[in-house]
Design a protein around this ligand. Structure first.
Ligand code: COA
Length: 331
């Protein structure tokens, strides 16, 4: 098996920054600053403007270009592009194909991966397996979302949580350097499907006047139920990963969790006895960008000097499906 390493990162957030007051002042929703901050941790989020090229693929391209620049390689050296997203530009073809073309990644295959908030961790595992077995040398793994395209701005329980953005990471076969990608644990439970989903727009309920009138193309969630499952599953899957390597929480230098909600992150920290200063948090500035939270937060953590040589870094996530998973990286 070859050594797979995460060697560079990049991110892109739309230029429009939206404060919490947008929901109560501009949209007239019955909510307020204190409720949103205390229940979610979110202070601002970014909303994409498709007319300015801030589509899901457009944001992927900008994040990937930054990543390639930092890695010092050209797009035509990529063997593959994986985009984890639940908000593709179109249903067909994949967003990854638009990204491959715009980057000029002429020799790369490209596909999208759908695992909601767990999409990036799943995609990283996919790329890692291909790199370790020699099926690919360099894969661009991106998590990107235009969540505003599927938010119901009349649903105060949901629309306040999410934002748009993209994070890109390069996975390469490298004998030394980068963050070594050590291992993964991944799970799913379709029994949770009804608790977090978009009812229409697929083959079961194709778009029709009725589905639009019934607001069936927007994200629906049972927030309280999702919250409980997220805390339990994220904590469990981190312990499972660490135990598999004879490690405990005290061996972890930094956790980069999915940025669903500050209270979910804090509850996991308490359960695992990992102090908050060893957990990377960006939810206050970027909100929940679904598949993009982990690669953007990882990029931020590297930029902030939060990852040092020898560090054990754990990625952990939970999302619709349900899906959840963790990854162990060694700096
Ligand atoms: N502003 C003010 N009040 C709101 C509100 C808002 N934006 N949204 C909901 N409320 C109200 C509810 O209607 C409820 O009122 P009621 O008691 O009169 O019925 C009250 O606040 C409490 O609602 P509840 O759902 O229990 O709040 P909560 O503390 O669970 O917080 C979420 C709601 C959605 C923030 C929280 O459940 C959550 O973050 N869940 C996880 C969601 C998530 O992360 N999804 C993505 C997973 S990847």
């Amino acid at each position: 098996m070859l050594r797979a390493a995460l060697t560079a990162t990049g991110r892109y957030f739309p230029t429009r920054v939206v404060p919490n007051s947008y929901f109560y002042d501009d949209l007239g929703l019955e909510t307020n600053e204190e409720w949103i901050r205390s229940r979610t941790g979110v202070i601002t989020r970014h909303f994409a403007d498709a007319a300015a090229g801030e589509t899901t693929s457009g944001m992927c391209v900008r994040a990937a270009q930054q990543c390639l620049e930092r890695a010092g390689i050209d797009a035509d050296q990529l063997d593959g592009v994986i985009v984890a997203t639940i908000t593709p530009d179109q249903a067909l073809p994949s967003t990854a194909c638009f990204v491959q073309e715009a980057l000029g990644a002429k020799g790369a295959w490209a596909f999208d991966l759908v695992a909601a908030c767990s999409g990036y961790v799943y995609a990283l595992a996919q790329a890692t397996s291909m790199v370790r077995t020699g099926l690919a040398k360099r894969v661009m793994v991106i998590g990107a979302e235009t969540m505003t395209s599927i938010l119901d701005f009349e649903d105060r329980n949901t629309c306040i949580i999410f934002g748009d953005g993209a994070g890109a990471t390069l996975v390469e076969a490298k004998e030394t350097g980068g963050l070594e990608i050590v291992d993964f644990r991944m799970h799913s439970a379709g029994s949770g499907a009804d608790l977090l989903m978009i009812p229409a727009g697929g083959a079961t309920h194709p778009a029709s006047a009725e589905t639009i009138d019934a607001r069936m193309h927007y994200v629906k969630q049972d927030g309280r139920a999702v919250f409980k499952h997220a805390v339990t599953r994220i904590s469990q899957v981190i312990v499972e990963l660490l135990e598999g390597h004879g490690m405990t929480a005290s061996d972890v230098d930094l956790v980069v969790p999915h940025q669903a909600n500050i209270r979910i992150i804090e509850a996991c920290g308490r359960r695992l006895k990992i102090p908050m200063d060893q957990i990377a948090v960006t939810v206050h500035q970027w909100a929940n960008t679904t598949a993009a939270t982990i690669p953007t937060t990882l990029d931020w953590a590297l930029e902030e000097g939060r990852i040092n040589p020898g560090d054990n870094v754990v990625l952990a996530t939970f999302g619709a499906g349900f899906t959840w998973g963790s990854a162990l990286l060694k700096a």
